[in-house]
Design a binder for this molecule. Structure first.
Ligand code: ZN
Ligand code: ZN
Length: 429
């Protein structure tokens, strides 16, 4: 949840959640009370909703969109986003029965909108789901390039490859500030392309004798397309196990992101197939106790039972904090002699991160040449590393701060510490 202010107006960019977290991040290790769904405390802006001119959602990941159904009644302003993200949002709203009347203004991919004193240009970028966008936020006081989540992917499977030219051109536009994703700023080198997962997954799946179940993030439509192709090539049928997978693929189909020739069978039929004909994708790669993988491990999934010799592939990473539930899930599978492969254990590429590593960050700073770098998205160490990279790329100023700090960009550059009282709030279903 970022707020950009100019001339008495505020623009919100993204409105996300985190799951199963305490309200104070410092309590994460100490076993303090956790809440299912947690968002940033929006009190600063909900006390002055008349000054909020719009909410822009850059892409459909939960950490960018998830709080909107809960908080919109306190914000009450138009939401601007592109078709796939809008489709995901509409599905969320109709499922939860919350605020069906949120005014969603659909902007074309690479489109533009005037929102109050802000002119917004959506810039297609590459990440790990359909329609990821960076933003160019233009005001009379200057132009901000907000990267949102991104990587440089020359073969992203869905949509167009990363378009260098667009970002190089920003170097001639006198960009005042670049607000930039820090998630992988501690990792050297360059991220792996999404398309590189094909050969690793194909190798594992084509050598498997029994059923194969792949755990992956349900938002990663490119990974699902890769798996659907591999199913067709290896004589297997692809089934989706878990509500969130059906939801994202439904949204991808509705907005033209799912190739029509790739068949998905009804999960009810998967149990009737020969084991060597089954390729299922399942939710729950982070060990979530109610998701499909956990039910498969307990043999309590209605549509499918796994047996000795079947294979579960984790086409995902262990998100820090989820080590224990994932370990328990793997143990439960292995106890039933179901084989498991995790991306951390194999030399094969079976997962690709959606965030930029150090070389990509440096490259982007060199192209865009902003006057100021403002690292976001990550913990302190990630943001500090991102700032170091900006400096090494000759960005004159870097601003790193904490939630609630005000970053002043014009006419003078500086930080007003703790300008806004903020924190975390639990959201209730
Ligand atoms: Zn994100
Ligand atoms: Zn994302």
């Amino acid at each position: 949840m970022n707020l950009f202010g100019h001339n008495g107006q505020w623009l919100m960019v993204d409105c996300g959640v985190t799951f199963d977290e305490p309200l104070d991040p410092k309590d994460a290790a100490s076993g303090g009370r956790r809440f299912d769904v947690v968002s940033a405390d929006p009190t600063f802006i909900t006390q002055q909703p008349e000054n909020l001119v719009g909410i822009v959602i850059t892409h459909a990941h939960e950490d960018h969109i998830g709080a909107l159904p809960y908080l919109w009644s306190r914000l009450k302003c138009p939401v601007y986003t592109t078709p796939y993200t809008a489709e995901i949002l509409r599905r969320k709203l109709s499922r939860d029965g919350k605020q069906p009347n949120i005014p969603i203004i659909e902007v074309a991919n690479n489109g533009m909108a005037d929102i109050g004193h802000f002119n917004i240009k959506w810039m297609s970028i590459t990440h790990s789901l359909p329609e990821p966008h960076a933003l160019l936020i233009r005001t009379e006081a200057g132009t901000i390039f907000h990267t949102a989540d991104w990587k440089i992917d020359s073969a992203p499977v869905t949509e167009q490859p990363f378009n260098q030219r667009e970002f190089k051109q920003l170097g001639e536009q006198n960009i005042l500030a670049m607000v930039c994703d820090s998630t992988n700023a501690l990792r050297a080198g360059h991220s792996v392309s999404e398309s590189a997962c094909y050969s690793g997954l194909k190798q594992l799946i084509s050598h498997a004798q029994g059923r194969v179940v792949v755990g992956c993030f349900s938002s990663n439509i490119a990974r699902l397309i890769t798996l659907a192709k591999i199913a067709a090539e290896t004589g297997r049928y692809l089934a989706l196990l878990g509500r969130s997978l059906l939801n994202t693929v439904g949204a991808a189909k509705a907005t033209g992101h799912w190739p029509e020739d790739l068949i998905i069978i009804d999960a009810h039929h998967a149990g009737y197939l020969l084991p060597e004909e089954v390729l299922a994708v399942a939710t729950g790669s982070q060990g979530e106790p109610r998701a499909a993988l956990a039910n498969l491990a307990r043999d309590s999934y209605r549509d499918l039972s796994l047996d000795k010799g079947d294979l579960v592939i984790f086409s995902s990473i262990i998100i820090p904090g989820n080590e224990k539930p994932i370990e328990n899930l793997v143990k439960a599978l292995n106890a039933r002699q179901i084989d498991t492969v995790m991306s951390e254990q194999t030399q094969l590429t079976i997962h690709a991160s959606g965030h930029p590593c150090q070389e990509e960050l440096k490259q982007m700073y060199q192209w865009v040449c902003p006057q100021v770098a403002v690292p976001t998205h990550g913990e302190d160490a990630h943001m500090l590393s991102n700032a170091q990279i900006a400096k090494s790329a000759q960005v004159p100023r870097t601003l790193t701060g904490k939630n609630g700090d005000l970053f002043m960009l014009a006419p003078n550059i500086g930080i007003r510490k703790s300008a806004v009282k903020t924190g975390r709030i639990p959201l209730n279903h």
